[in-house]
Design a binder for this molecule. Sequence first.
Ligand code: CO8
Length: 374
Amino acid sequence: MTNSVVISGSGLWNPPHSISNEELVDAYNAYAIKFNEQNADEIEAGSLVAKPLSSAEFIQKASGIRSRYCYVKDGILDINRMRPMIAERSDDELSDQAEMAINAAKLALKAANKTADDIDVVIVSCAYTQRSYPALAIEVQGALGIKGFGFDMLVACSAATFALHRAYEMITAGTAKGVLVINPELTSPQVNYCDRDSHFIFGDVATAMVVENADTATSDHVFEIISTKAVTQFSNNIRSNFGYVSRANDVDPYGADKLFHQEGRKVFKEVCPMAVEHISEHLTRHTLTTADVKRWWLHQANINMNNLISKKLLGREPTREEAPIVLDQYANTASAGSIIAFSMHHKDLQAGDYGLLCSFGAGYSIGSLLVRKK
Ligand code: CO8
């Protein structure tokens, strides 16, 4: 009997649609031009600010994003709508996020050689849940036929890593034998597609991981969790005020401040040094140096942030093999970014190789896991 806790499988589910920068910018610019024409008098009088135009080249250069997946494409590029058109489902149907979660969970279970009987905890952890209760995790648990319990967690960008921390602790404490951590990131309903500065940032995706005791793991790619580390520090620089109290506030529940908004430059400047310090401290705990880490599965918000953080840590530019980037295809997928990077880039690691998963963003929140290939 060993006490080690492992990640024994991961799943990555891509939504069926995608939107390129060019498609998105064409739609936004057509919307902005129409808005400016319709409001020419107010803009001229200075009572309204003209909508600036967006550019596909800017987006790629400033963020590394070329494209993003979307759960439903209809409506997003319609300049009279500028949001996805997702049909409401009845209470008897599987909810959208539960469906996304189940798609990723099945892939993770398969990769881990596990069935529902091997799992006794389901954590659905992401930036938003489409309802407050019953928990999505319990819906997923029921649909997959898992006994035990489930709960939802919201920690924005760090929802996935923080949920993996909880899974690690439950396995370590012996209160669970197998934990399914799932991140159905349905971000598109919260994106302000009318805002030039943020319309390009997010994409939809679902990821999942199986966490269990090393003794029960039988899959080909097993990663021991050596340790976890988390830190949070309050900041208003990334914020969404959407919530159930709006009904009592007598305000527009879908106003611009109720959607994702940020001070992108400030976030960049403040979060990068925090992430570097966090990761350095985590490695120092084990008397490891950055040279000992073979793979960096970093949060995927912005390619320039990742390059800066990697450069500060390594003292040089990282290779794409060392610090994979998935932003070009996926954009920022909130908490799922580092899990996508892991899912796509872990099979080549050899026994004994160290890797580090790290999220950073809204909250602010930073979460990391140091892992070693078994
Ligand atoms: N097209 C053309 N020009 C543009 C555009 C655009 N789309 N946007 C801005 N510009 C212009 C600006 O107006 C500015 O012009 P000027 O110099 O004349 O003033 C110029 O380009 C430069 O603007 P910025 O300084 O803002 O550009 P940056 O280089 O800083 O890039 C970024 C902007 C990409 C937003 C960058 O600041 C960034 O990525 N910052 C960090 C963001 C970050 O990590 N945020 C965390 C996100 S939160 C998260 O990950 C999870 C939250 C929960 C999920 C939410 C789901 C909806």
